[in-house]
Design a protein around this ligand. Structure first.
Ligand SMILES: [Zn+2]
Length: 400
C-alpha cells in the first residue's frame, strides 16, 4: 500500500549515536550526561560525516521524507548535515543549535553576537547549495530558553524578523525545566511568554513537547499560530510527562509528531505514531469522567494525520506534501505487508524458521479489512515494511 509523506518535526541528528541510551535520567541530567558530550564531539568533521550520513540513511529507511533537524553549534558540521540531506534528497530543515549558557564552557557560543553571526553563516551556506530552499532550508534554532541569555533570544528574534525563516525550539517539557525557566526569566509570565516577548513565536515556529502548558500559554500559542511537535516516545523515555494532545487539538492548535531522538529512543515516525496512541491512553487512564476518558484517546487515523498532513503544515509545506491530490509533489512510501500462504499449516511454512523470510513482522491472512491492515502496520510494522521511499518524485530509499 502507498502511504503519504512521513514528517518528523523534531529530531536531533547529532544525538543519533545515543539512540536508546538514556538510563534513568530526566531532561537536565540527560543533557549533561549524554547529550552535550556527544554533540560537542561532532565538531570533528570525520565523526560528523559518519554520524550524519547514517542518520539520514536510517530515517529515510523508516519513511521520513521530511525532517526538522537540530545539528550542533558547529558551523562546518551543521553545513555538512545540510549537504548530506541535499545529496540524499531528504527534505530537511537544518538548524545550527544556538546556546550561550547552561551547557559546559567547551560547548557553547562565545557571545550572542558571535552566535547570530555563526547562524547567518549556516543560512548563507544553505542558500548557496539550495537557493530556493526546495529540499533543504535553514531553521533558526535556540536550543531552549534556559540555554540562551535574553540578549541572545532577542538577537534570534530579530534574525527571524529579518529573514522570515522558520524557528524551532523546545517548550514546557519537564517540571524541573519549567522551574528553571522561572528562575532565569523572573520577569516573564510563563515559559511561553519568554519566547513571545523575544519575538520568537509565529506561524513558522515549531515548539517541541508542550507537555505542561497552562491555559494562558495555550491561548498565546494558538493566537500566534505556532505548531506543536508532540514527542511521545521521548516524553515517556526521559519521564517528562504525557502531553494533552486532545486538548491541544480541541483548542484548535496545530499538532505534528516528532521522534525527538535521542530523548526518544527511536528515529522512526511510525514508532512515534504508536507511542502517541499509547500516551493518549495513559492520559485517558488519568481521566475520571467516562465520556472524557474515551474522548482523549487518539485514533489511528488521527496519529497518521499528525505524521503526514499535520507534519507538512508544521513545516509550512501543506500545499506541496501531505496528500495525494493532483498538483502535489510526490513524497510517499511504499509499504509491504506479508501475506501468509494459504493451505494447511505444514504447507504454509517456508524456510528454516517457518516464516518464509518475508518482508517484515506484519502477517496478513487475507480476511483483514483495509482499516485492519493499516492498524496492524501501525502497531507491528517497522522499516522492513518500508519498501521504497520517494521525495519530490525522486527514489531516495529502496529496500533490497
Ligand atoms: Zn529535542
Amino acid at each position: 500500500m502507498l502511504m503519504r509523506n512521513g514528517t518528523d518535526t523534531h529530531i536531533h541528528a547529532s544525538q543519533y549515536p545515543n539512540a536508546g541510551i538514556f538510563g534513568k535520567t530526566t531532561l537536565l541530567s540527560w543533557l549533561e550526561t549524554y547529550t552535550f558530550p556527544m554533540e560537542s564531539s561532532l565538531s570533528d568533521p570525520a565523526r560528523a560525516q559518519r554520524v550524519y550520513s547514517r542518520v539520514v540513511a536510517r530515517t529515510l529507511s523508516h519513511g521520513t521524507t521530511t525532517a526538522a533537524y537540530y545539528a550542533t553549534i558547529s558551523v562546518p558540521s551543521t553545513n555538512l548535515l545540510a549537504d548530506i540531506c541535499l545529496s540524499r534528497g531528504q527534505r530537511a530543515f537544518v538548524g545550527r543549535v544556538c546556546m550561550d549558557c547552561l551547557s559546559p564552557e567547551y560547548y557553547r557560543d562565545e557571545s550572542p553576537e558571535q552566535g547570530v553571526l555563526a547562524t547567518k553563516e549556516c543560512i548563507q551556506h544553505i542558500k548557496s547549495i539550495d537557493p530556493g530552499y526546495n529540499i533543504v532550508s535553514p531553521i533558526i534554532t535556540p536550543r531552549f530558553a534556559p540555554s540562551c541569555t535574553s540578549q541572545y533570544l532577542h538577537g534570534l528574534g530579530q534574525l527571524q524578523k529579518e529573514t522570515g525563516l522558520p524557528v524551532q525550539t523546545h517548550i514546557s517539557e519537564n517540571t524541573s525545566e519549567i522551574e528553571l525557566v522561572k528562575e532565569l526569566f523572573p520577569e516573564s509570565k510563563s515559559y511561553t511568554d519568554v519566547y513571545d516577548t523575544h519575538g520568537l513565536l509565529g506561524p513558522k515556529t515549531i515548539l517541541a513537547h508542550a507537555v505542561h502548558l497552562s491555559p494562558e500559554e495555550r491561548a498565546t500559542i494558538k493566537e500566534r499560530q505556532c505548531k506543536i511537535s508532540h514527542c511521545p516516545t521521548s516524553n515517556s523515555s526521559i519521564t517528562s510527562g504525557a502531553a494533552q494532545v486532545r486538548l491541544l487539538l480541541d483548542e484548535g492548535i496545530d499538532v505534528s509528531l516528532g521522534t525527538d531522538m535521542s530523548g526518544g529512543y527511536s528515529p522512526s515516525v511510525l514508532e512515534a505514531c504508536r507511542q502517541a496512541l499509547l500516551v493518549s491512553r495513559h492520559v485517558a487512564m488519568g481521566t475520571a469522567d467516562a465520556e472524557e476518558k474515551e474522548n482523549v484517546k487518539l485514533a489511528i487515523e488521527e496519529v497518521l494525520y499528525l505524521a503526514t498532513r499535520g507534519g507538512a503544515k508544521a513545516v509550512g509545506l501543506e500545499a506541496k506534501v501531505g496528500g495525494f491530490e493532483v498538483g502535489m509533489e510526490w513524497d510517499a512510501q511504499l509499504v509491504g505487508l506479508d501475506g501468509v500462504p494459504e493451505g494447511d499449516e505444514e504447507e504454509g511454512l517456508q524456510g528454516d524458521d517457518g516464516l518464509g523470510g518475508g518482508t517484515g513482522p506484519v502477517d496478513v491472512f487475507g480476511w483483514e479489512s483495509w482499516e485492519d491492515k493499516v492498524a496492524k502496520w501501525v502497531f507491528n510494522g517497522d522499516d522492513r515494511n518500508t519498501l521504497a521511499v520517494w521525495v519530490k518524485g525522486r527514489l531516495v530509499h529502496e529496500r533490497r
